[in-house]
Design a protein around this ligand. Structure first.
Ligand code: BT5
Length: 253
């Protein structure tokens, strides 16, 4: 597409009219040697996935349902950061295209008025201690005119929020450009203070009261920022706790 101005992301594209999950296609093609920066688009997903085996609703023609294949030379511990920088890239791209004041809900949702607009699913294939392929799945509700009963109260789309259709191609191109820039900056500088500050400015969780459930332990506090490793820092009565995304559920209070 002439809209795409990236150097690398989306230079190889796989497009599907219907597929079960673009994350699944990306992992398969990764095994067959697809290059770094390959992007997988579907018009419709019949088995879209969220975290922990949850389902992602991805009806025909209504959203940007895509996965990006990265082959970074990073340690598995850095993956949390890739999810965070993807969230920031998607958040800023949506703001740029629509002007809507969308925000990040740590670690991987983009929300508007408390409703979910975007889900991000990062999956890896690790080989010993080095990652050989990382698949970043991004689902953006763009022109969904409505949602199924079970999602009505918790999901929204750009069409519902702005009252007019939004170009999925333009949005996807903007997301990929911002993602490429965030990714390159991260490889050069890590999640430095400037990144953490930009993330915090976009993150609705930071500054809020949260309840954290970690296995059978539970505590409450105020989210005050993210650490250099991408953990959420929570100020509690007993001091600051660092919370990693894999092991917790964090709820606003
Ligand atoms: C996520 O999981 O939010 C990650 C979703 C990633 C989807 C993309 S689409 C392209 C790529 N290919 C895939 O197969 N997946 C990725 P999680 O945080 O577990 O949230 C899942 C929950 O969000 C579900 O249990 C529902 O409650 C809700 N949900 C499902 N579909 C939704 C939608 N379209 N909009 C808003 N919420 C939704």
């Amino acid at each position: 597409s002439p809209l795409l101005t990236t150097a690398c992301l989306g230079r190889t594209v796989f497009s599907y009219e219907v597929t079960d999950s673009t994350n699944r296609r990306a992992r398969e093609e990764a095994d067959r040697g697809a290059p770094h920066g390959s992007v997988f688009f579907a018009e419709e997903q019949t088995g879209g996935r969220g975290r922990l085996g949850r389902a992602w609703s991805a009806p025909r023609g209504e959203g940007v349902w895509m996965s990006v294949l990265l082959r970074p030379k990073l340690a598995p511990a850095d993956i949390a950061q890739i999810t965070l920088l993807t969230g920031l890239a998607v958040c800023d791209a949506i703001r740029e295209v629509t002007g809507l004041p969308v925000q990040i809900k740590w670690p991987n949702d983009i929300v508007l008025d408390g409703k979910k607009l975007v889900g991000i699913l990062t999956e890896m294939a690790a080989e010993e201690d080095r990652i050989c392929a990382l698949v970043v799945g991004i689902g953006v509700n763009v022109n969904n005119p409505a949602f199924p009963e079970e999602l009505k109260d918790k999901a929204t789309s750009l069409l519902l929020a702005t009252g007019k259709p939004v170009s999925r191609k333009e949005l996807a191109a903007r997301i990929l450009l911002r993602l490429e820039k965030e990714y390159e900056t991260f490889l050069r500088q890590g999640a430095n203070a400037a990144f953490r500050k930009r993330y915090a400015e976009r993150c609705a969780t930071i500054g809020s009261l949260v309840k954290v459930v970690m296995g059978n332990e539970e505590f409450a506090g105020t989210a005050i920022g993210i650490s250099e490793t991408g953990a959420l820092l929570v100020q509690t009565g007993q001091g600051i706790r660092a919370v990693n995304s894999g092991e917790v559920s964090v709820r606003g209070m």
